[in-house]
Design a protein around this ligand. Structure first.
Ligand SMILES: [Zn+2]
Ligand SMILES: [Zn+2]
Length: 303
């Protein structure tokens, strides 16, 4: 634990330093109902969390009832935990070619967006998709067509699509920042998109973040493609897979290939002070590992 070391820091009271960190938490289970995620997150001391809006391994779910939505939006935890974001289901591939997977992806993504909207969540993180051999350019065209089609049908929706930076495993799109820039350049609705940066993914994708100077260069390149204001959520994961491996393998903080300098840069950056920082690292039922990983992140940020 870092507390003793933090308390000894000259001129910086422990509580003040903690208060200056961005809201942090982890992806949290919705088993038993959406509102149960608040109980889990608060018991673990989160001030941010990410949830799936339905079972993430199935295409569709029965429509949510009013009482299910009310149990979430009126839960006492909602006022305490202001930074809650959604993540889309794993089957959805907006870059898929015409066919059943694309049809299902279109319907599922639309339903998940509307679920997140009904829960009052500001954004839903999504993996841009895999082109499955048809090429990046074709994949990007399909992604924009599918997501813009959904936006066309949901003009009053406030919930944003948050395109996630990816590791580049297989034929996934989003490991080069230019991919996200191309999506944003092609959409008719740039105001409905933002970006999620995953630290494990950018390292696996080969981006250089081993020092503060390297981070500055890499983040400037990303911001050049998408704009600083679009960075609205971070996934703080360590990576079991080495830099440039293009493999998506999450690891506990401090045990993998993401340099501490990268976590420190993000957690201390004044632009990211109010941005939710979400762990997606392995854990058991009691979420003890989340507590440990968050403590390590605080130690890195304040150390
Ligand atoms: Zn992620
Ligand atoms: Zn990942």
């Amino acid at each position: 634990m870092s507390v003793l070391r933090v308390c000894k820091m000259p001129g910086l009271a422990h509580s003040d330093a903690m208060e200056n960190l961005p809201p942090m938490g982890a992806h949290t289970s919705i088993a038993g109902g959406w509102e149960k995620s608040f109980d889990r997150a608060m018991a673990t001391g989160f001030d941010a969390m990410q949830i799936f809006v339905k079972n993430n391994r199935q295409w569709f779910a029965a429509p949510a009832t009013e009482s299910e939505v009310a149990a979430f939006v009126k839960h006492p935890g909602r006022k305490k935990l202001r930074h809650v974001v959604a993540h889309n289901g794993y089957l959805i591939n907006p870059a898929a070619a015409e066919g059943p997977v694309r049809d299902n992806s279109r319907r599922a993504m639309r339903e998940e967006l509307l679920r997140a909207e009904s829960l009052g969540l500001p954004l839903i993180v999504l993996h841009p998709g895999a082109h499955l051999g048809d090429g990046v350019e074709t994949g990007i065209r399909r992604i924009v067509e599918l997501l813009d089609g959904i936006i066309d049908e949901t003009p009053c929706c406030q919930c944003l699509f948050a395109l996630e930076t990816t590791a580049g495993q297989g034929t996934t799109i989003g490991h080069e920042f230019g991919h996200l820039g191309a999506i944003l350049a092609a959409t008719r609705f740039p105001e409905r998109y933002c970006v999620c940066l995953d630290t494990a993914h950018i390292v696996a994708a080969g981006h250089e973040v081993s020092s503060e100077a390297a981070c500055e260069k890499t983040f400037a390149a990303l911001a050049g493609e998408v704009g600083w204001e679009r960075l609205r959520v971070f996934h703080l994961n360590d990576s079991k897979a080495p830099q440039g491996s293009r493999k998506d393998r999450h690891e506990h903080i401090g045990m993998g290939h993401v340099p501490a300098a990268c976590f420190r840069y993000i957690l201390r950056h004044p632009k990211f002070r109010d941005i939710p920082m979400i762990l997606e690292t392995p854990k058991g039922e009691d979420m003890r590992e989340d507590v440990e990983n968050l403590a390590r992140l605080r130690e890195i940020a304040l150390g």
